[in-house]
Design a protein around this ligand. Sequence first.
Ligand code: SAH
Length: 227
Amino acid sequence: MVIVASTENYKMSLRRGCARLGLSPSDRQVETMIRFVDELARWNAAYNLTAIRQPAQMVTHHLLDSLAVLPYLSGARILDLGTGAGLPGIPFAIMAPERQFVLLDANGKKIRFVRHAIMTLGLGNVQAVQGRAESHKSQVRYDTVVARAVGASGKLAALAKPHCALGGRLLLMKGAEPGEQLSLNLCGYRQGVIRRLDVPHLEAERHVVEWIRVDDSESLRDGGVDG
Ligand code: SAH
């Protein structure tokens, strides 16, 4: 009975958080996201997939933190580079069934969990791939490449470049104000908007930094910085 009560609390907290983000998930989507958190908490106990261990915290620090970036995806094909245990890719895929997601990570243990989650949740629009971004051969160029908590921006931008379509977006999910971005001048990209995110129930700062993939000559001509 206690378990049932707390599941209802997580659902309510997720629904409220989504409403604050301007999202209105269906009952089915809420259930699927909570099921994801349940599975993650269960596997985490054995395989240590994420530092956040409590399902209630996973709702805010993983689900809502990911969903805050959903409005900034563009196009139909999305790559989550360094997805770890499926973040932000799994919550995105649940909320955007019309888009196709590839979730890439070098870590076999984490990708095993992501595959388990895809099967258990019955997600038809996600593929999990184990491998390093350096050696991954994309079948397509992606309209958006997103990366959450995957190291330094300059290195990530270089890793993402061969996977990102011209005109596509690279979205880097960051914590505190990413001052370093302003001085980055990345060949092959034009800087887009740096957005401060307000993640419901989360006391920490969050930002998403956007880079737009252009051809290399264009980025040099423009100086790589936009407005
Ligand atoms: N995005 C997840 C995981 C962040 S941890 C989250 O927000 O919770 C960073 C992840 O990036 C790790 O799982 C690591 O295995 C992966 N990673 C780091 N460098 C990589 C590379 N070059 N190619 C593929 N995966 C990489």
